[in-house]
Design a binder for this molecule. Structure first.
Ligand code: GAR
Length: 220
């Protein structure tokens, strides 16, 4: 049973999806704590409704000084108080510099195909606006191990979707979010099963996944 800390800033649909997968027995994990960067983040409310411990580290208090290190230190201190195997960023919209011990144990999901349409300023709906504005024909989502650069680190899984001529940022976001809801639990389960290994900065997926890849077509 992998013990997870979820970091979020907003509505918490990603958290809810993870919790629902756990409740339905589709993911062998436990969310032990949810940390929010805004006191009014609805994701914190969702966590409380599920009986999960919540913590808030308000980004606003550090933003004034542009103090990423202070913000990260406060988060690391909270995380260190709990027994946690994996940190899952679920719509966490700030750079978080995790302590070194979390290398290879912190995941992020981004609603585009990294390394495209990612980085500072490109989060949530901004991503889909940029994709449509550019005229890209495919987009998608990426789950990756996070390092100390925003939306950066070894890629675990990706899923692509078409960008249609008639798409608005909202319709594209909805198509991609459907994929996110499948992709993140899969990546977390792979971690829980000990099947993810980082070799030379790239993720290798263990035997069963590779056998699966050879046998049938999959969405990623
Ligand atoms: C998700 O689409 C996630 O991929 C994106 O924010 C949304 C969070 O929704 N994350 C990023 O853009 C990170 N760069 P939620 O708050 O409802 O879970």
């Amino acid at each position: 049973m992998v013990r997870i800390a979820v970091l979020l800033s907003g509505g918490g649909r990603t958290l809810q999806n993870i919790v629902d997968h756990i409740k339905e027995g589709k993911l062998t994990a436990e969310v032990v704590v949810v940390l929010g960067s805004r006191p009014d983040a609805y994701g914190l409310e969702r966590a409380r409704k599920e009986g999960i411990e919540t913590i808030c580290v308000p980004y606003k208090e550090y933003k004034r000084e542009g103090d990423t290190d202070g913000f990260s230190k406060a988060i690391n201190e909270h995380l260190n108080k709990n027994e946690i195997d994996l940190i899952v960023m679920a719509g966490f919209m700030h750079l978080f510099k995790a302590d070194e011990k979390w290398n290879g144990r912190i995941m992020n999901i981004h609603p585009a195909l990294i390394p495209s349409f990612c980085g500072t300023g490109l989060y949530g709906h901004h991503v889909h606006e940029a994709v449509i504005e550019y005229g890209a024909k495919v987009s998608g989502c990426t789950v990756h191990f996070a390092d100390n650069v925003y939306d950066h680190g070894p890629i675990i899984l990706q899923s692509a979707v078409p960008v249609k001529d008639e798409d608005t940022p909202e319709t594209l976001a909805a198509r991609i979010f459907k994929e996110e809801c499948k992709l993140y639990p899969r990546a977390i389960q792979l971690f829980a099963d000990g099947k993810l290994e980082i070799v030379d900065g790239r993720v290798r997926i263990g035997e069963i996944e590779n056998a699966d890849k050879k046998g049938k077509s999959r969405e990623c």
